[in-house]
Design a protein. Structure first.
Length: 297
């Protein structure tokens, strides 16, 4: 069962869509316009959204833009347009805004269910890949023969930070965030570090690098972080623990382990010690999750 939000101003169509989805075993929440749809999506945090385009108050395009820009933590929710606008230009506009698919009215409910199940299956594949990534981290963490000690404590009697197994760590950010000292510290701990300025260049290399952790600035030279993370999952089916690097002047917004897209955040200028601790915290969480996953197998 998946949580699905249906945003449609025509009540008969909205109820028909909801009925078909409910009969397939999904939990459906309805919204009658884009404004109400946005509130519902933020509250429900669904697995998928179906939305009309032409609606009062806020149309479907505005809804998608507002969702992606104001709620980047929800940026990886599959978004499907249901609309009578069958013109090719309208379809291109929807996809440029980040829509995952586009179905025309009158709705072919059989086709709708094929598309919905396909998108949900892809999300399940992404989660399965994340579980495999956790197992990979778990294996590295429990393989103590390969642990590399961290620097000696600065004062006698002070406990050293836990050693981390060698990992592949990728950073992606523009020049507004300086990670030189952090890269040096990570390399000194034995990690392989790869740095990119361009989000698109990283996406082109992501499958080859297969990083253990991704450090990404909100702004890269070409794409913003929420879009990079969303495209990473859509184009490669891959997912990694992600730390968001926020510019100094960027307004704060909550990002924590329960929200989509990012596992942690840290604001520039990046404090080397704080970042290393964030990485250790994420590894610790991954270790706990992998323990739970191993116990369930």
């Amino acid at each position: 069962m998946a949580r699905i939000v249906c945003v449609e101003d025509e009540q008969d169509i909205r109820e028909d869509v909801a009925e078909v989805l409910a009969e397939a075993g999904h939990e459906v929440t309805q919204a009658e316009n884009g404004r109400r749809g946005l509130e519902t999506i933020v509250a429900v945090q669904p697995d998928l959204v179906l939305s009309d385009i032409t609606m009062p108050d806020m149309d479907g395009h505005q809804l998608l833009v507002e969702l992606r820009e104001s709620h980047p933590e929800l940026g990886d929710i599959p978004f499907i347009f249901l609309t009578a606008l069958a013109d090719r230009k309208d379809q291109i506009t929807g996809r440029q805004l980040g829509a995952d698919d586009y179905l025309t009215k009158p709705i072919d409910f059989e086709m709708m269910m094929v598309v919905v199940e396909s998108k949900l299956e892809k999300q399940r594949h992404i989660q399965a890949q994340r579980d495999r990534q956790l197992l990979k981290l778990y294996t590295a963490l429990t393989n103590t023969e390969h642990l590399i000690p961290t620097a000696n404590p600065a004062a006698a009697g002070r406990a050293a930070a836990p050693a981390m197994a060698p990992m592949t760590i990728v950073s992606v950010c523009n020049a507004e965030i300086d990670l030189t000292a952090l890269h040096t510290a990570l390399k000194e701990e034995g990690h392989a570090v790869f740095a990119f300025r361009s989000g698109r260049e990283f996406l082109d290399q992501a499958s080859r690098l297969d990083p253990d952790i991704l450090l990404i600035g909100f702004n890269t030279t070409d794409l913003q972080a929420p879009l990079v993370v969303n495209m990473l999952r859509r184009e490669t089916g891959r997912t990694y623990p992600v730390i968001l690097l926020m510019p100094p002047d960027m307004p704060d917004f909550p990002v924590d382990n329960t929200m989509r897209g990012f596992d942690a955040k840290i604001r520039a200028p990046v404090d080397k010690a704080a970042m290393l601790q964030q990485i250790r915290d994420i590894i610790s969480i991954a270790n706990d999750d992998a323990d739970d996953l191993m116990a369930a197998l």
